[in-house]
Design a protein around this ligand. Sequence first.
Ligand SMILES: [Zn+2]
Length: 271
Amino acid sequence: MPELPEVETTRQGIAPLVENQTIAKIVIHQAKLRWPIPGSLRQKLPGQSIRSVTRRAKYLLFNTSAGTLLIHLGMSGSLRLVPQTTPRDTHDHFELVLTNRNSLRLRDPRRFGAVLWAGEQPEQHKLLAGLGPEPLEHHFTGDYLYRCSRRRTRAIRDFLLDGHVVAGIGNIYANEALFTAGIRPTRPAGRISRDRYQKLVRAIRSTLRRAIKAGGTSIRDFRQADGRPGYFQHSLKIYGKKGEPCPKCGQKIRAVKLTNRTVFFCTHCQL
Ligand SMILES: [Zn+2]
């Protein structure tokens, strides 16, 4: 599943190719994604210039003077820019055709992605309005996490996955950051000290930054095969490594189900 670093890498790859370009037409091959793609996009977007491509959590925002188009990659989505004449893949569901005859295509085999209109105030769109701070922005701090976690009995991994607490952290990077910070994923969020939250925030930032950097150097066509983690997998320390030796102490890595999503940890290094 594309997580924040993959979405940011996609943004960094796509933005210079589509910014200041004009939209010629919108083609919807399959409207049934997680929510139906609004047919009104065919009227709203042609003739508009893409002013910028930004990101909020795992949403990509294509900002035009008429309003903002939101794209979410869901479980298996990817975007790529190809010449308009390139034959369409079966799973290419949505196309934004530019006047320079390139086409931005959303490929999404599992169709959990989304293409939605967010109007002129995208920050007020219902999917974005309640989101917590961005993990890479400076107002996301250890103090902030410490304050919102008091009296919370939920496991820290679930607390980090809650988009109201912090935007866009998925299971893979939550596991990785908790390992780096030495915190067991099952520990109740309300029972972690301020110091450890500061360490955790540093770990979240460095984990995400490293993955974005790795992605930026290794995907060149803004395309990944069917939702597999792919390029960042080689740099994971704990996620998916059940039974393998812990990279810090050598003990066997354990895996347990927690709220239906597996957590990976070392019982010696994570308390
Ligand atoms: Zn260990």
